[in-house]
Design a protein around this ligand. Structure first.
Ligand SMILES: C[S@@+](CC[C@H](N)C(=O)[O-])C[C@H]1O[C@@H](n2cnc3c(N)ncnc32)[C@H](O)[C@@H]1O
Length: 330
């Protein structure tokens, strides 16, 4: 049985029935009950990504309406040599929330002798599949996957060598965090870094609300399936009895908060049982499942400065829908 590095003390087996599994389930249970018994019902968006959720997210990335992945990919493919040059040589790249690692691979392939790649994700299945793909495609590169929650500083580990390190954080994942959470998260990333290290960050920019809302409420209902998978996951893992047809997917842009909010709306007054706990819903009451904050280059610069990063270069698409930023850590 192969073991992976896990955040925390122990190494993690590739067999999900072993070691950290029951601990993870009880943390999931605690977070779900806490979120659904709070005055405004909410669920942490990281739980959207179990194995099924990660696969649905890959389908979302293929949708025409979901311009984010397509636009970010265009920016990468047009600017790959310049981005690789900004990152420098002999770099250790750490990717929190790496998912299928598809964005890192072409970048690592063109970088000047990258030393090591450390993808971190809470979804072990998708990370394991990506690890073997990258090792085959880029023999010679050290790949050290970590299964863990990147909001926990221990999942990033400590810097152990002198070479430059770059945190790679694409996919607008930063958008899932409020301003204060994003600053704390970036400061946590900074705690691993030293002066001269860097951050390559992908952010979605403020734009027309019609484009934004379509991206999170697509005609093919894939985002709806992604959102409702969270209820299915609770039914599966926590002995829940959510009736998926009694909830509707809702996504809207909140212009003041500059974010798209994703919710599940109870279509009737109903009671749901989870792990023996009864949760009552009124008709129209929602569970807030995800935020996707949008930035301007100015708000992004302020956020980065607050967390100790200094933007050096931006790459955007022709419509200015999305931006990649390389920032130095000082
Ligand atoms: C929006 S996807 C982005 C995936 C990939 N980086 C990309 O750009 O396409 C978010 C990824 O982060 C992972 N994730 C979300 N919250 C996490 C957390 N708190 N800790 C570790 N991984 C997390 C999910 O499993 C998923 O693979």
């Amino acid at each position: 049985m192969r073991t992976l590095k896990a955040s925390g003390n122990a190494s993690l087996s590739t067999d999900p029935e072993e070691n950290g599994h029951s601990e993870a389930v009880s943390e999931f249970s605690r977070d779900v009950i806490r979120g659904l018994t709070s005055p405004r019902k909410t669920l942490p968006c990281k739980y959207l990504y179990d194995e099924a959720g990660s696969l649905i997210f890959e389908q979302i990335c293929e949708l025409d309406d979901y311009y984010l992945t397509r636009t970010e990919s265009e920016i990468f493919s047009k600017n790959l040599p310049a981005i690789a040059e900004a990152l420098g040589r002999d770099v250790t790249m750490i990717e929190p929330g790496a998912g299928n690692c598809e964005k890192a691979q072409p970048l690592l392939a063109i970088m000047d002798t990258p030393r090591c790649y450390i993808p971190i994700d809470i979804s072990p299945e998708i990370l394991l599949a990506a690890e073997s793909r990258i090792e085959t495609a880029l023999p010679g590169l050290q790949v050290q996957p970590v299964i863990g929650d990147f909001t926990m500083p221990e999942s990033l580990g400590e810097k152990t060598a002198e070479n430059k390190e770059v945190i790679f954080f694409p996919g607008s994942t930063i958008g899932n965090f409020t301003w204060e959470q994003a600053r704390t998260l970036l400061q946590g990333f900074g705690s691993r870094l030293s002066a001269g290290d860097g951050l390559l960050l992908g952010v979605d920019l403020v734009k027309d609300s019609v484009i934004l809302e379509r991206a999170y409420h697509d005609d093919q209902h894939v985002t709806e399936a992604f959102n409702k998978n969270l209820l299915q996951r609770i039914n599966r893992e926590l002995n829940g009895d959510f009736d998926l047809d009694a909830f509707a997917h809702k996504a809207f842009y909140h212009p003041l908060r500059q974010r798209v909010e994703m919710h599940l709306v109870s279509l009737k007054s109903q009671r749901v049982n989870i792990d023996g706990v009864q949760i009552d819903f009124e008709e129209g009451e929602t569970i807030h499942t995800e935020n996707s904050h949008k930035y301007t280059l100015e708000t992004l610069e302020t956020l980065l400065a607050d967390a100790g990063f200094h933007p050096q270069q931006y790459w955007t698409d022709k419509n200015k829908h999305y931006a990649l930023c390389y920032a130095d850590f000082a």
